[in-house]
Write a protein that binds this ligand. Structure first.
Ligand code: GDP
Length: 453
């Protein structure tokens, strides 16, 4: 089992289908004002980082918005530090940019004019099919506009005069960037927001689902909510817990006894899948009085594959003796180690023991499931991680992680833009460190790569 997508398909966790925000890469030789322009675009008033060759910047990618359009802005300045000549270095950065970005924002210092390094970048950009928007920077006032005109000679289109320092012209420049962006496909249906959060109580037969539901909801079903068009006869119940209302999904499937003679397993799996489809978080109930069964593990896998938050509830704790407890811990270590991030609650539906701990665990899982890490922070973090522990080389080449974004929440989904394949061990390492530093307790994490060899 794994919470990293695509590992099941032979470790090819390369991903071209995930919807990520458009990437705009800022390229140009040192000192043209790339960082100032980035800061200007993201609306930051922080001190501008000196644009010195060979000096690694601490951040590379940021969240940006213009005219309501969101995109990831990438400063390529820190990508290549082992410079063998300025022109070669910036050409290499431009190559990376061309490989990863949807739009390239090429910054030239209009007061200096065209240099060898600018021409090296131009050669790379001409060879790509990516749209290029040319920024003629340091055009601080109208009397400098003539400087910008000279940059037509680069042959990459219209120079847009800007002053990153004063903000002059940046609006028009961003309009041009938006124009060059790929069409925005309509978002898929977003998860329903508002209303009670949706919990699926799942587990194999006889683990105590209906006992727990009865304890939580009381024998009286106060409010029921029939769901049309999903599993036949699905009934959701609104349950008041810890001062909040929760929607328990498909309680009909729990309260009623379904005893199909043939294909009972298949039917149960379908019913669980349907409940998970509509739920945000799953409480998987396990019976501690018996050894963990394959079916238990399969249900946990189903939750992870469905990308739902997960809480493990070990039921019938009242039946546990010392010996069984010893073996249980061993079974958990062996069979559930891959979901070590899931909160565990040890309960008894019968006696009510620790049942009140379910809600905090569910809330924890949902909070993790909803978490979004800002791109700037994420990239600062990645930069440190990769500097301390670089990805292992493959076939003599060391893959670079150029930058990362969080493409989605529910569950958190990270996309790494790389120059080569990251091995499974390294991806696991990344996930482990993400969890150590950002939590994500109770939520699966998806990690995919966009590889540009
Ligand atoms: P379901 O099939 O998952 O809905 O399981 P049930 O709720 O019908 O429970 C199956 C059996 O386990 C019943 O006989 C329950 O009384 C019993 N049971 C459920 N929870 C507990 C518990 O915490 N402790 C003990 N000792 N028995 C339990």
């Amino acid at each position: 089992m794994s919470d990293m997508v695509d590992e099941r398909t032979d470790g090819a966790a390369s991903d071209e289908t995930t919807r990520v925000k458009p990437v705009v890469a800022v390229v140009g030789r040192p000192n043209v004002g790339k960082s100032s322009l980035v800061n200007r675009i993201i609306g930051r008033r922080e001190a501008v980082v000196e644009d010195v060759p060979g000096v690694t910047r601490d951040r590379v990618a940021y969240d940006a918005t213009w005219q309501g359009r969101e995109f990831t802005l990438v400063d390529t300045g820190g990508w290549e530090t082992s410079a063998s000549g300025l022109a070669a270095m910036v050409a290499r950065q431009a190559e990376y940019a061309a490989e990863t970005a949807d739009v390239i924002l090429f910054v030239v210092d209009a007061t200096v004019g065209i240099t060898d390094a600018d021409e090296a970048v131009t050669r790379v950009l001409r060879a790509t099919k990516r749209p290029v928007v040319l920024a003629a920077n340091k055009v601080d006032g109208p009397m400098n506009d003539a400087d910008a005109l000279e940059l037509w000679n680069l042959g990459v289109g219209e120079p847009h005069p800007v002053s990153a320092l004063h903000g002059r012209g940046t609006g028009d420049l961003l309009d041009a960037v938006l124009e060059a962006m790929p069409e925005e496909a309509p978002r898929e249906s977003e998860p329903v927001l508002g209303g009670p959060r949706r919990v699926a109580l799942v587990g194999r037969p006889n683990v105590g689902k209906s006992s727990l539901l009865n304890r939580l909801a009381g024998e009286e079903r106060v409010v029921v909510d029939s769901v049309a068009g999903t599993t036949r006869d699905a009934v959701d119940e609104l349950v008041e817990l810890g001062g909040k209302t929760w929607k328990f999904i498909d309680t009909a499937g729990i309260r009623r006894r379904f005893r199909a003679l043939q294909g009972a397993d298949y039917y149960a799996t379908m019913r669980t899948a349907a409940a998970l489809e509509r739920a945000e978080v799953a409480v998987v109930l396990l019976d501690v009085s018996e050894p963990l069964a394959d079916q238990d593990i399969r249900i946990v896998e189903q939750v992870v594959d469905a990308g739902r938050a997960l809480v493990l509830a070990f039921n019938k704790w009242d039946l546990l003796d010392e010996e069984r407890r010893y073996y249980l811990e061993k079974e958990i270590d062996r069979q559930l180690s891959r979901v070590g991030w899931a909160p565990r609650v040890n309960i008894s539906a019968k006696t009510g023991r620790h049942v009140e701990r379910l809600v905090p665990a569910i809330e924890q899982g949902l909070a993790s499931w909803d978490t979004r890490i800002p791109t700037g922070r994420l990239n600062t973090w990645f930069k440190e991680l990769v500097a301390a522990t670089p990805p292992p080389a493959r076939g003599g080449r060391q893959p670079k992680i150029l930058f990362a974004t969080q493409a989605d929440v529910r569950p958190p989904h990270f996309v790494l833009f790389t120059t080569g394949f990251l091995e499974e061990g390294y991806r696991r390492f990344i996930e482990r460190r993400l969890r150590e530093d950002f939590g994500f307790q109770g939520s699966p994490i998806k990690l995919t790569m966009r590889i540009r060899e």
